[in-house]
Structures are given as C-alpha cells and as structure tokens.
Design a protein around this ligand. Structure first.
Ligand code: AMP
Ligand code: MG
Length: 421
C-alpha cells in the first residue's frame, strides 16, 4: 500500500495547483455589496477629505490675531457677531470687511475664508450680538484642514483587501459608489449517501435516515470564504446519478466541485473510481490527518478542481478549513494565514504521525494570554462540540502526548478573522 502523504505534502500540491489556477475574475458591485469580498484593484481618493476647511466644534470663527491683540490690550476681546454658518452651507463664503468680528459656526460647517481659528462655545460669553473671549487663541485651532483625512490620490484600499465595514466607511467617505471586486469562486456542492433524508419534505426521519449536516454547513462556510455555491444537490450512492451531477456542474462552469461522502474504502465509496474513469488527475487521496484521512483532491480534464471531503461532518469541516481554504487563498493571492499560538489548558494524547485538527475553545487567561481548551467529544461525527468551539487547535504530527502549558497553533473558525499585521 502507498504510504499516506503528510499534510505538508498536500499543501505543496495545493500550492502548485493554485499557481496554475489563479482566480482573478472581476466584477463591479455597489459599495454596500462589497462586504467580505476582495478588492480587485487599489482604490485611490479622487477628492480631498475634508474637501474644505471646516469647524471641529460648535463655537465662533475668528481671526486669531484679532482676539489675541484685544486680549493683550484690554484683558478680554469683545467682538461683534456678524454672521452664522452651519454644516451644509456653501464653502464659498468669505468675511466681507476686515474689522475684528466673529461668526457663529457649527461643527462641520465650512470656515469662512478670512477666519483662521474656532473657539468653542463653552469657552466664551455671549450677550446679544457680541461674544467675549478671555483666552488667547491659537492659529488653526479647532479647524479640520482640507485633505487631512484623505488627500488626492491617497490609497483607500489596496488590491486583494478583504472589504470589511471599516473599509466601506473610508470608501464611502471618498465618494466611491461602485467597486471592482474579485468574483466569488463559483462552487458546486454535492452530498452523497442513501442515508440522507430529504429534509425539504419533512423534519421527521424515516427509518435509517439522518439529517444532512454537511450541505447547510458547507453552504454557510463557503459563503464565509467568498465562494458562491451556484449549484447544489444531494445524490444517492448511485454512480449514474453522480455522473449526471458532474455533467451538470460542467455545464454550469463551476470552478470547484465540493462533495461529501463516498471517498473512503467502503463498497459504496465510488467517487475516486468515477473521477479516474472520467480522466481526472488525482492530486492526492488520503492524507495523514485526523479527522478526514480519506480526503481527495483532483482535477477534471476541463480544469475544474474537485474536493472529495469525507462524509463525517467534522471531517468535512476540517477538509474545508485546512485544504480548500488555503487553496482558495493562494488562488486569490491572499497572504497565508498567520500562525497564532495558544497555551493548551489540558494534557492531550493523540495518534502519532497524524496532524490532528481538534475542536477547541480559545479564551484569555487573567493576564490576557491566549489559551485553548480542547473540548470533549472529538469524534468526527460529533457536532455538539463543534458548536461549542470557537477555534481549531492544530496538534502536530510528531506529538503523541502534549502537556498542558505547551503552545499549539490555533486557527479561527472564519479564516482571517483573527488576522494581525
Ligand atoms: P462516508 O464518508 O460516505 O463513508 O460517510 C461517513 C459518515 O458520515 C457516515 O456515518 C455517514 O452517514 C455520515 N455522513 C455522510 N454524509 C453526511 C451528511 N451530508 N451529513 C451528515 N452525515 C453524513
Ligand atoms: Mg457514504
């Protein structure tokens, strides 16, 4: 029997394949729809923000020197209030005469040309049309100068940036209405197994049937990693039905097919043989990982990539997290995910030689250190512990016993969600 390949070797294969399958299709979307997608090109500011000098406070616009001279001469400066300006008023205003004067001004209002400082309303006394200042005023105080947020041509987001809410704020600020994003990768999603209940009809289970956990999970997870499930279906353990789905996926021009089940050693695990029959290159089948050893990765003659994830729900999930996700990130030129280390809170025993992906809970110690607790219920069929988990704990191949206090790599459930620069 061929020796199983290591996780590291599978990554090397995935890296080569990603290199030949770079994903750079673009589309233009309205800014609010760009959330969680990747920018395709750098976006630069075409305006200045603020685009005019404006007031940072509610108060009075003045010429600093006028106020300061009067204070020097008289101890206070009493100025006539000759105008008022609020946010939204035109910035094409200038003070009309050169006499010392003040304008009432609101936060965000343009500072009329000629004035060079704003004194907050809390710092003055007003009486009728007059305002009195007691303290010296600094040039430009409380004025937000044009271009001090964004200047012309300043980068707002780079290429390959996952657009998050904070980027949407900045893009909106500079007036971007539409943005070029990388198209989500079109994916077909199949689950196989005679045991899968047709959940669309009823929530009750017929004898011997189970609810389909993988399909809804993977649909949700795939959307979190910027894939678009454009075709999904359930399939009995039936070769002809499966071949029909492959034909349909080809018509729909998906880039990746993800299936669950039917890749192990059982009598009805027909996927590897059908793929071979159709001329696919099997890049790897079975790896030294737990859960999910039977994982299969192949390429069909038309260039469609194929992930055959095992049927056990946690094996399907770890396959998507640790194989499909790095492939997609590399296809889209995203950076590798950083390795985050956390102290394990418990002793761990594991099978030597297998990289093991454990359901775990990440928390902070009293001193703010990351710590991880491997949850009980690590069976690949056990979903309750997956629901309790907030991270994956990666147990290295060589280890058989890991003592509490040792550092282990953790990966967030949503790739990139714990990223640091
Ligand atoms: P398989 O990989 O097809 O041998 O399936 C392995 C185990 O996963 C079996 O116990 C299946 O019943 C279970 N399984 C397969 N597909 C699903 C699914 N979509 N949802 C939940 N469990 C599944
Ligand atoms: Mg099966």
């Amino acid at each position: 029997m061929k020796p199983l390949i290591s996780y590291q070797q599978t990554l090397e294969i995935l890296t080569k394949v990603a290199h030949n399958h770079k994903w750079d299709k673009q589309q233009t979307v309205a800014l609010p729809l760009a959330l969680n997608h990747m920018s395709a090109v750098p976006v630069k500011a075409t305006i200045q923000v603020p685009s005019f000098d404006n007031s940072a406070m509610d108060g009075f616009a003045v010429v600093a020197e006028d106020v300061n001279q009067l204070i020097q001469q008289h101890g206070t400066a009493k100025l006539q209030i000759t105008g008022r300006i609020q946010a939204g008023d035109s910035d094409e205003v200038r003070i009309e005469n050169s006499e010392a004067q003040a304008w009432e001004i609101m936060t965000g209002a343009p500072v009329p040309q000629g004035f060079d400082a704003v004194v907050p309303v809390e710092a003055v006394h007003t009486e009728g049309d007059y305002v009195t200042f007691e303290k010296a005023v600094k040039l430009n105080q409380n004025i937000r100068k044009a271009g001090t947020d964004y200047d012309f041509g300043q980068a707002v987001v780079g290429a390959n940036q996952v657009i998050q809410a904070q980027h949407i704020m900045a893009l909106a600020t500079v007036g971007v209405k539409n943005i070029d994003i990388k198209q989500p990768v079109p994916v077909a999603l199949f689950s196989t197994g005679n045991e899968l209940s047709d959940d669309t009809a009823t929530a009750d289970l017929a004898a011997g049937k189970i609810h389909n956990s993988n399909q809804p999970y993977l649909r949700a997870y795939l959307s979190q990693i910027d894939c678009d499930v454009t075709f999904e279906a359930n399939c009995q353990d039936d070769e002809a039905a499966f071949e029909l789905l492959l034909n349909q996926a080809a018509e729909k021009q998906v880039k990746i097919i993800v299936s669950t089940g039917a890749v192990s050693m059982g009598r009805y695990d027909f996927i590897p043989s059908i793929l071979k029959k159709r001329g696919a290159t099997i890049h790897f089948h079975k790896a030294k990982v737990r859960p999910g050893k039977p994982i299969l990765f192949a390429e069909l003659p038309d260039g469609t990539l194929y992930f055959g994830l095992p049927g056990n729900p946690i094996a399907a999930a770890s396959g998507a997290r640790f194989f499909l996700t790095p492939l997609l990130r590399m296809m889209k030129n995203m950076p590798h995910e950083p390795t985050i280390l956390a102290k394990t809170l418990c002793d761990i025993d594991k099978k030597q030689g297998f990289r093991t992906f454990a359901k775990a809970q990440l928390s902070l110690s009293k001193t703010g250190q990351l710590q991880a607790n491997m949850l009980t219920g690590q069976g690949s069929f056990q979903t309750h512990s997956f629901a309790e988990s907030n991270c994956w704990l990666v147990l290295p191949e060589e280890a058989e016993h890991i003592a509490a206090g040792e550092y282990l790599a953790v990966l967030p459930m949503i790739p990139g969600s714990l990223s640091v620069s």
